[in-house]
Design a protein around this ligand. Structure first.
Ligand code: CP
Ligand code: NVA
Length: 309
């Protein structure tokens, strides 16, 4: 059965650890498993990090990336999502897609599986999750905190796609995740149920929700934030700016965290909204290491997927 990567819990906790280990291996050690092969990257939304890190990871594994803006394909207008996926499956070894709706990824998987095409689909960000980002987040935390087990990351802001994938990945790796969001913008009970299922056998998933950023951050080993308005939510920007007042990760909030605490942001960042310039550009910020890790973890993931095929 073809292994797809629509969310981090498509891996077992042991497989997740193995992908992270592969991501830290020097590129040459992974060989050229994509030599002579293509990887399609379908983009329904803009991207800087995801596109560039994916393309370079594919090149490092010997492959050829083909990035395609969704307008060129006309998903469900020029032809169906299913026909797009099956066509790309004729040429490419893996299909990555950044989509508005998670259901588009699910349809791609179903079309490929039904056609007997053994082509993994990788979620490059959807309304529901950003699992490739979560791989880089875990690797960055593991490197900066000397391990993940028992460490605490405080998420301050929107319980969005990045937050959901981080919570799932964290539960699988023994990381405590405290999420502080305004009322109506937090993770849902359904998210917590999924986190509980994803957690390692016998482990109590350690995701806690609060509305108080100060409570979440107190003593934390890391603070993580993301934009208040995600791609596709632009019409809600003014309302969201009001709702998230008081949720800026600034110097006074950072002082409540552990003295060694690091600051993460998936980027792009809006300085002065979810994070102050002094924090994101300050000495505790690890956002460039995190961005670099997008490439290393994409290389680790693709190598694992091709090996598992
Ligand atoms: N973090 C991230 O996914 O960045 P891009 O939207 O630029 O790809
Ligand atoms: N939550 C953001 C993440 C961008 C990488 C968005 O979906 O726009």
């Amino acid at each position: 059965m073809t292994r797809h990567f629509l969310e981090v819990d498509d891996l077992s906790p042991a497989e997740l650890a193995s992908v992270l280990d592969r991501s830290e291996a020097p590129p040459g050690r992974l060989g050229q498993p994509l030599a002579g092969r293509g990887v399609a990257l379908v983009m329904e939304k803009p991207s800087n990090r995801t596109r560039n890190s994916s393309e370079m990871a594919i090149v490092q594994l010997g492959g050829h990336p083909v990035t395609i803006r969704a307008e060129e394909l006309g998903l469900d207008s020029r032809e169906t999502v299913e026909d797009v996926a099956r066509t790309l499956g004729c040429y490419h070894t893996v299909i990555g897609a950044r989509v508005f709706a998670q259901s588009t990824l699910v349809r791609m998987v179903a079309a490929l599986d039904q056609a007997g095409m053994p082509v993994p689909v990788v979620n490059l960000l959807s309304d529901e999750g950003h699992p490739c980002q979560a791989l880089a987040d875990l690797l960055t935390l593991r490197q900066c905190l000397d391990g993940l087990e028992g460490r605490t990351v405080a998420w301050v802001g929107d319980g969005n796609n990045v937050c959901r994938s981080l919570a799932i990945a964290g539960a699988m790796a023994g990381l405590r995740v405290k999420v502080a969001s305004p009322p109506g913008f937090g993770l849902t009970p359904a998210d917590l149920d999924r986190v509980a299922v994803a957690a390692r056998d016998g482990a109590v998933p350690q995701v806690e929700l609060t509305e108080d950023p100060r409570a979440a951050v107190a003593g934390a080993d890391a603070i993580y934030t993301d934009v208040w308005t995600s791609m596709g939510q632009e019409a809600e920007a003014a309302e969201r700016r009001r709702a998230f007042e008081g949720y800026t990760v600034d110097e006074s909030l950072l002082r409540l965290a552990a003295p060694h605490a690091v600051v993460l942001h998936c980027l792009p960042a809006h300085r002065g909204e979810e994070v102050s310039p002094g924090v994101i550009d300050g000495p505790r910020s690890v956002v460039w290491r995190q961005a670099a890790n997008r490439m290393h973890t994409m290389r680790g993931l693709l190598a694992w997927l091709v090996e598992s095929a």
